[in-house]
Design a binder for this molecule. Structure first.
Ligand SMILES: NC(=O)c1ccc[n+]([C@@H]2O[C@H](COP(=O)([O-])OP(=O)(O)OC[C@H]3O[C@@H](n4cnc5c(N)ncnc54)[C@H](OP(=O)(O)O)[C@@H]3O)[C@@H](O)[C@H]2O)c1
Length: 336
């Protein structure tokens, strides 16, 4: 069987571009060995984290090697099984890569079955998967959110931000979202639970606007961007605010130190708590959190949005476009 794949061609400096990847086709033997299953991928995830995975800069996972299939979580269908717990037709989630088919050991970390009766299986890559987990766990474990808090979330209309706003709102918080277009501002207000949303690209003075919307200050800052956007938020933080560093999308280049104001005085005078969040540190909490997210979805309390691009060959461009802010909600590739 021919297996179309996207491999890493060259290490990007800055934002990955399509030229850093290439499409190949290899023969694959789809007969699973003992304890293995053969999978046909249905949806691939496009994640900002991929920029880190193709870089040699220090990270929480080893870099993808040149010539290796691009690492990616995916949802697929079992087409052959050599393990008693899996049968043909089961839907599964795991690190299956940017390719059409793969054969994996069922003991592979993170591999799990997806129940198609709860929600469309693609949601296992977004709202009922890593995005929902990140939103829920970061807000609770590090943000320590409680009713009455004012929570500010950047990339508010993206995969993580769209869920984080709704969860914070359900917890009784006031939610302010920052995002990059008026269309996304409307989505935040109408579908993702935000009380206020700001287009940071057109706002004349972001710091003043945040202070106006949160006169008592921001209690929890869910920072997905860092950079100049975060620079406008720090002065508006409340005493004892918690900052969750979830992403750094606004840092264009990791090879040189980003410039900007120092935050030390805010940390001191406002007694800030700042902590990094990496989803892989919370694997033990995944089952109960996924159950909680599924419950919210089934009760009609959790909206989700997906930007779906068809065709494996479009995965690299979709990754570049993520850094243009072209996605609304979770960006996926559907394998035709
Ligand atoms: N630490 C973890 O375990 C973990 C897990 C999952 C995700 N994350 C992080 O969470 C964040 C959101 O992830 P996601 O998957 O939901 O992606 P996403 O928000 O759906 O997509 C990325 C968004 O980032 C914004 N963006 C892109 N380039 C930017 C720039 N130069 N400056 C400012 N904003 C920029 C755009 O939104 P706007 O148009 O609104 O600017 C874009 O839509 C990312 O930083 C990601 O790395 C972390």
């Amino acid at each position: 069987m021919k297996n179309q794949q996207i491999v890493l061609n060259e290490r990007p400096v800055g934002i990955p571009q399509p030229m850093h990847f290439s499409a190949t086709s290899n023969e694959i033997d789809l007969s699973p060995g003992e304890g293995q299953i053969a999978i046909k991928n249905l949806y691939l995830s496009i994640d900002p984290a991929m920029r880190g995975w193709v870089s040699l800069e220090e990270n929480y996972l080893p870099p993808v090697e040149i010539g290796e299939v691009m690492r990616s979580i995916a949802v697929g269908e079992v087409i052959q099984s050599n393990h008693p717990n899996f049968v043909k037709g089961d839907c599964v989630y795991g690190m299956f890569g940017w390719q059409e088919y793969c054969v994996v050991d069922v003991a592979t970390p993170m591999l799990r079955k997806v129940n198609p009766n709860i929600a469309p299986v693609s949601t296992a890559l977004g709202a009922l998967g890593p995005n929902g987990l990140t939103a829920y766990l970061a807000l609770h474990e590090i943000g320590q959110i409680k009713s009455g808090d004012t929570v500010l979330i950047s990339t508010a209309a993206g995969g993580v931000g769209s869920i984080a706003g709704q969860i914070a709102k359900l917890m009784g918080c006031t939610c302010i979202g920052l995002t990059g277009s008026d269309e996304k501002v409307a989505l935040c207000l109408e579908e993702f639970g935000y009380d206020h949303a700001i287009n940071y690209k057109t706002c004349n003075n972001l710091e003043d606007k945040i202070r106006e919307l949160a006169p008592q200050g921001i209690n929890v800052f869910f920072d997905n961007t860092s950079g100049h956007i975060a620079d406008s938020v720090y002065p508006a933080l409340a005493l004892n605010a918690r900052v969750i560093q979830v992403g750094t999308a606004a840092i264009d280049n990791w090879e040189t130190s980003p410039s900007g104001p120092r935050r030390d005085r805010y940390v001191l005078t406002k007694r800030l708590t700042i902590a990094g969040f990496v989803i892989l540190d919370y694997i033990a909490k995944f089952p109960e959190t996924l159950a909680q997210l599924a419950h919210l979805f089934q009760e009609g309390k959790l909206n989700y949005k997906e930007s779906i691009t068809d065709g494996l060959e479009n995965a690299p461009m979709a990754l570049t476009n993520l850094y243009e802010g072209l996605n609304k909600g979770k960006q996926l590739i559907r394998i035709c």
